[in-house]
Design a protein around this ligand. Structure first.
Ligand code: IPE
Ligand code: IPE
Ligand code: MG
Length: 264
């Protein structure tokens, strides 16, 4: 928290929002569906693909802000397994942007203490893309302030299938009955180490679009109409403030403040 504070002008809206936040109750894992790049460009009279470089800039700023706030894990949805359905020029541009970004961003990730990881079926990517990706992951492997998962060629159902295959292989190898597979066994084989506490989706769409289906069973969802390239520090702080207003019950009942003595 204190690392963001000196950057914020006293008395500004961000200063007000930051003061509202309880640093001890920040989400430990934030996931973001970065949506609305195409509409952002169209509204400016440009081709939709012109929105993606602007989206990269918003991602860069958000990564830095989350690291400074002390959020341990950030997962960004960058390319879904369904995004291959887009026009070829757009897919090619997204692949190029990723490669370019990986080359450029390593020093900044290192400065911010960000460890980069990728989740998704990476074997389907070109050798060139995979090489760029392996380089950036290795170059940031020793950073510990924040883990940044980038979901690329990611699909939630595919992830669950991959986990089930791995569990079945493990159990059959050990001669354990498949009937004894538990939720923990499946979770252990997912691409992520933890479940998001907060999901942010930009551009107003109220759907998951195949993102982290297993992990989001109890995630708090925050949808903003802001288009991803416009998403800034203020929007991030607003989402965190909204999260801290939520009452997470996980299917139980809330502690309504009945004194313990009255329960006896
Ligand atoms: C999100 O923006 C970026 C990716 C899916 C790669 P979109 O490209 O989906 O933008 P809209 O939803 O068409 O406005
Ligand atoms: C979800 O956005 C995928 C990413 C942000 C990478 P889409 O724009 O692909 O989702 P739909 O098609 O609107 O559901
Ligand atoms: Mg979209």
């Amino acid at each position: 928290m204190h690392e963001l504070e000196p950057l914020i002008e006293r008395g500004s809206p961000d200063d007000f929002l930051l003061r509202q936040l309880d640093p001890n109750r920040l989400p430990r894992h934030v996931a973001i569906i970065m949506d609305g790049n195409g509409r952002w460009a169209n509204r400016r009279g440009k081709a939709r693909i012109a929105g993606h470089p602007a989206g990269v800039e918003a991602a860069r700023v958000t990564v830095e802000n989350c690291a400074r706030l002390g959020i341990p894990t950030l997962t960004l949805y960058a390319f879904s397994s369904e995004n291959w359905r887009r026009p070829r020029v757009e897919v090619t541009m997204l692949m190029r942007l990723l490669q370019q970004c990986l080359r450029q961003e390593v020093p900044r990730l290192n400065r911010n203490g960000v460890r980069l990881r990728f989740i998704g079926r990476l074997s389907a990517l070109s050798d060139e893309t995979r090489k760029a990706l392996d380089y950036a992951v290795a170059a940031t492997a020793n950073n510990h302030r924040m883990t940044l998962n980038v979901a690329f060629n990611y699909g939630g159902r595919a992830e669950i299938v991959d986990a089930l295959r791995a569990v079945a292989r493990e159990f059959m190898g050990l001669g354990r009955p498949l009937d004894s597979i538990t939720e923990e066994d499946v979770a252990r084989h997912l691409y992520t180490d933890s479940d998001p506490d907060l999901l942010i989706r930009t551009s107003g769409e109220m759907r998951l679009s195949n993102f982290l289906l297993w992990q989001m069973a109890y995630t708090e969802i925050f949808v903003t109409n802001t288009l991803w390239p416009d998403f800034n520090r203020t929007h991030l702080l607003e989402a965190l403030a909204a999260y801290q207003q939520r009452h997470r019950r996980f299917g139980g009942v809330e502690n309504v403040g009945v004194p313990v003595s009255a329960l006896a």
